[in-house]
Write a protein of this length. Structure first.
Lengths: 628, 339
């Protein structure tokens, strides 16, 4: 039979199955194929905190969503066009997100009475009409995979496990994905178990062939490559981009990178990644706890390394005292907080933006710390370089606020030319900096650069610059212990002025019409959904402006002016209004918050509704004021 | 080297006024350390003192080297990062019984097991001095202090036992007022490659005066003090009453009169691969009376240092993979090009 090919501009697929079904791997492979094909893409892995939650249960469902298109896209998509459900639990947990008319591919083998009962289905949803309105493909994924692999000398369990590759093959056929890289990937992954490798490749190919031959699938889809600027690209996750950004900063500054860290989700992958790159002079230290992780990093900074610590919210809670010490010592240090749902252990594998005020204020005393936030997975690279630039230039700890969505999400990355990366100059002190009245010279560790207010960084091994620093208040200039009231007041204000005066770029506003009355202000990983929502609103003929903060401390110098140019300011955040609180307090602007803490990124369509409603209510307000 | 550098005790003094209480044992330790430093032959700029919080932790301010007065309990962690990234430096940690064993206990044991090249001076006065007199993790049980008016309930830590249990490669004990002994132990610690812990019995004359008096008093100390020397019989006592340490059938150690002990007196072996003798020696004193107390080097064995192993891994990686090229790393292997 001849199959139809339909051209579509974008597709959202969600793979869902049991934690042990290999859905993350399946999603990753489909993503790689899609990246290689040249689509723009964005991904959202969503998995439970338990390594192997009880099989077949709702809490054990692991999902991976991928949005790919022939044009520039910003989010992993709101609602999947296609759901691949490997068992009843996956169907039950995810079907509500699939719009009517969407495609559902189910593994019928898993729809046993026992499995259905386990997740509370009174009747088989494949039979009782509850899937009416969806395009349902019933595929016996497990038995077909096992049948294909009959000739292989592997256990039945191993054969069953290859069903994810069978489904990947089917989806790869359905969307015309290139397959060579997946075959090569499987052969490399199972290089030590050639039979398993061959079985997985066979299952993958069989899935493809099934799509090609079965009459169940009569249409396949083409999504053309997206036009992108010239250059070389790769697909990259946020944690990987962040790790690369830190390594790049080491190269650009000439400082050896030292990571002190304690394993914690979702930050651990940065430790894993950096530990691979010892030939770049990277030292990784898995400490006994979070406090030792940052302590070792600060000790390394004192010795002239680029000290970095990576963690998530609970780790920041433990590191607070050392961050305060770094503020007081005025040494470079980068603190990467991969935010997750809180408080306490919270939602370890889910995303949230609720550590902003912790980063801003979570220390004793007046202890200002600059804050930098990446806006997308690939942007973690640039944000890391920027955090290091500030830390080294101003001799200060710097917060880098990523989050779980950025950490595990991925997108194409236009690989930068190394020659274009910013230079970062440590400018170590080399000699005395103070001439006394009698003409003799001394080294004063707290005599500042008048422009940046940064103090000299004199590292051990430099003769003549021996000095002692500590957490006790220091006398301005000499750095000697001082309990003098006026000196303390001066030092507190000077440290604050140093951070307030950090040189950062002005905020840019995206307002194509130049006539919007409503500004949506965001920070961090909400960039994609906010920008996508604004585009939707504009496509509907309405006007809205979007500005996104990379720097949260200090704020860009033009932020206050921008805020006052708009009638209304809307601040969507994955917290209960932390940036809103700062903006309202600092600029006396009556900002409106839109807040969610569901562990998932915002949906663009939902934000678009919020924006439209705000525009409508303002219009009503205008009419009322005008007496219409 | 020492001749070339021509450093003197004075070179290690800073212009800062020393602010310990008059009569504090810390003065004696400071004098001993400043006096011994020139003999190391290490330039001042290559020496770093890191401390936590407490009376003893003011030490770095008085040493004319690089120094950091850090956070309560965290000095071993901070010094670990410094020493691991700068194997060229001589890094010293100054801490106290509260700083090292209470709030910082975790960092201390991990520094010891890692064998980072750190020399840790643990000033033990069995009391909290800086916070004005609460009991510490080494205070004897039942101690009456401001926070324990009915007597403390905690059993004390024995720092030497703890260090040996934490896989320390060098463990020693000395006394603030015995400058000669303290200097010899400092010397041995400085020569050791890896983490060295020196417990220094130090008198807090304000809040716990005389805690170690019987180990310091010229008239009686010989009756209570065992001076450990590698390769020498373990014995002690006054002229008229000498004891030797022997191993009992149940493997515990016991002090018996020398004439009875005869050939069975144990010979001290600080380099023994297993720490069992050192541990048994650490358990010898009665916790309440501190008698008889061994001082000197309990254990001094060779194990690769953490900083060296870390540097070797970096060198190996560079040798095998070539020095890291940033452009290659960023590009990776899975790319596509739009032209």
């Amino acid at each position: 039979m001849t199959k139809q090919v339909e051209k579509v501009d974008r597709v959202i697929i969600r793979f869902a199955g049991d934690s042990g079904d290999g859905m993350q791997l399946t999603g990753d492979r489909f993503t790689s194929e899609t990246a290689a094909f040249g689509n723009d893409l964005s991904t959202l892995p969503d998995f439970p905190a338990e390594i192997r939650a009880p099989a077949g249960t709702l809490p054990g469902v692991s999902a991976f969503q991928l949005h790919f298109a022939d044009h520039d896209i910003l989010t992993p998509g709101d609602a999947p066009d296609v759901l691949v459900a490997m068992n009843p639990a996956a169907l039950k947990a995810n079907l509500k997100d699939v719009p009517r008319g969407g495609t559902v591919i189910v593994n019928t083998d898993e729809f046993t009475p026992r499995a259905l009962t386990k997740v509370g289905y009174a009747a088989d949803p494949l039979e009782d009409g509850s899937l009416d309105g969806y395009k349902v493909h019933r595929v016996a994924l497990t038995t077909q995979t096992v049948k294909v692999l009959e000739g292989f000398d592997i256990s039945r369990k191993d054969a069953e496990r290859a069903k994810n590759m069978y489904s990947l093959g089917l989806l790869s056929w359905l969307y015309h994905r290139p397959t060579d890289a997946t075959v090569a990937f499987l052969e490399k992954k199972f290089a030590k178990k050639p039979t398993i490798a061959a079985a997985n490749v066979a299952a993958f190919r069989a899935g493809w062939n099934y799509g090609e031959t079965t009459e169940d699938f009569v249409v396949s889809y083409e999504v053309a490559p997206a036009p992108m600027p010239k250059g070389t690209y790769r697909n990259i996750h946020g944690n990987l981009a962040l790790a690369y950004g830190l390594i790049a900063a080491g190269h650009q500054s000439g400082l050896p990178l030292f990571l002190g860290a304690y394993p914690i989700t979702p930050a651990s992958d940065i430790l894993h990644e950096l530990s691979k790159h010892k030939n770049h002079g990277v030292r990784t230290f898995q400490a006994e706890d979070e406090i030792a992780g940052i302590g070792a990093a600060l000790g390394a900074s004192f010795g002239g390394a680029l000290g970095v610590t990576t963690t998530s919210g609970p780790g920041i809670a433990l590191k607070g005292e050392t961050i305060g010490l770094a503020v007081s010592l005025e040494l470079p240090l980068v603190i990467c907080d991969i935010q997750r749902g809180g408080p306490s252990t919270g939602l370890p594998t889910k995303t949230e933006q609720s550590d902003l005020l912790l980063a801003m204020f979570g220390r004793n005393g007046e202890a200002p710390v600059p804050i930098v936030a990446p806006r997308s997975p690939a942007d973690c690279f640039d944000a890391a370089l920027e955090a290091v630039r500030i830390a080294v230039t101003y001799r200060t700890p710097v917060f880098l606020l990523s989050d779980g969505y950025l950490a595990n999400g991925s997108e194409p990355w236009h690989i930068p030319d190394v020659a274009d990366l910013p230079e970062i100059a440590p400018n170590f002190a080399a000699g005395p900096n103070k001439v006394l009245e009698d003409g003799s010279e001394e080294f004063w560790p707290f005599l500042r650069d008048p422009e940046t207010l940064a103090r000299p960084w004199a590292i051990p091994g430099t003769a003549g610059l021996e000095h002692r620093i500590g957490g006790i208040e220091k006398q301005d200039g000499t750095g000697n212990i001082s309990y003098d009231p006026a000196n303390h007041d001066l030092m507190v204000r000077t440290r604050a002025a140093k951070v307030a005066g950090i040189d950062i770029p002005d905020l840019e506003v995206d307002d194509p019409s130049g006539e919007a009355k409503i500004l949506v202000l965001g920070w961090g990983s909400t960039y994609g959904p906010i920008q996508a929502a604004c585009r939707q609103v504009r496509r509907g003929g309405q006007r809205v402006a979007h500005a996104h903060l990379r720097h949260l401390n200090p704020f860009p110098a033009n932020l206050g002016r921008i805020l006052k140019e708009y009638d209304r300011v809307l601040i969507p955040e994955m917290n209960l209004g932390q940036l809103s609180m700062l903006i309202r307090a600092r600029y006396l602007v009556d900002a409106v918050g839109y807040n969610q803490v569901r562990g998932l990124p915002f949906k663009a369509a939902e934000l678009a509704e919020v924006i439209k409603n705000l525009i409508a209510s303002d219009a009503v307000g205008d009419s009322a004021r005008a007496g219409v | 080297m020492p001749e070339l550098l021509k450093l003197t005790t004075k070179d290690f003094k800073t212009d800062q006024e020393v602010r310990w209480c008059p009569g504090c044992g810390d003065y004696a330790v400071l004098a001993a350390v400043q006096g011994f430093m020139p003999s190391l032959g290490i330039a001042r700029e290559d020496i770093v003192f890191v401390s936590g919080i407490g009376c003893s932790s003011r030490f770095p301010y008085y040493m004319n080297t690089y120094g950091m007065h850090s956070i309560h309990g965290r000095a071993p962690a901070i010094a670990t990062g410094l020493a691991a990234s700068r194997p060229d430096l001589s890094v010293w940690v100054v801490t106290g019984d509260g700083d090292a064993l209470s709030i910082g206990g975790n960092h201390l044991i991990h520094a010891l097991r890692r064998n980072v090249n750190l020399k840790i001076l643990l000033f033990n006065n069995r009391i909290y001095g800086l916070t004005k007199g609460q009991y510490s993790p080494t205070s004897e049980q039942g101690k009456i202090t401001k926070s324990t008016p009915y007597g403390s309930l905690d059993a004390p830590f024995n720092p030497v036992s703890l260090a040996l249990g934490a896989e320390a490669t060098f463990v020693a004990r000395s006394i603030d007022s015995d400058r000669k002994h303290l200097t010899s132990v400092l010397q041995a610690a400085a020569e050791h490659q890896g983490t060295a812990l020196i417990e220094i019995y130090q008198n807090c004359n304000i809040f716990n005066d005389g805690a170690f008096e019987k180990l310091k008093d010229n008239g009686v100390r010989d009756r209570h003090l065992i001076r450990l020397e590698h390769g020498q019989p373990i014995s002690f006592g006054a002229e008229d009453e000498r004891y030797g340490i022997v191993r009992m059938p149940d493997a515990t150690l016991k002090a018996v009169p020398l004439e009875q002990a005869g050939d069975s007196v144990l010979i001290h072996d600080a380099h023994a691969p297993e720490p069992d003798l050192a541990f048994a020696l650490s358990r010898l004193p009665d916790p309440a009376t501190l008698s008889p107390t061994p001082i000197g080097v309990f254990r001094d064995v060779t194990r690769p240092t953490y900083d060296r192993l870390m540097a070797d891994q970096l060198d190996d990686a560079a040798r095998k993979l070539g020095s890291g090229k940033l452009a290659e790393l960023l590009t990776g292997s899975d790319t596509w090009t739009i032209s």
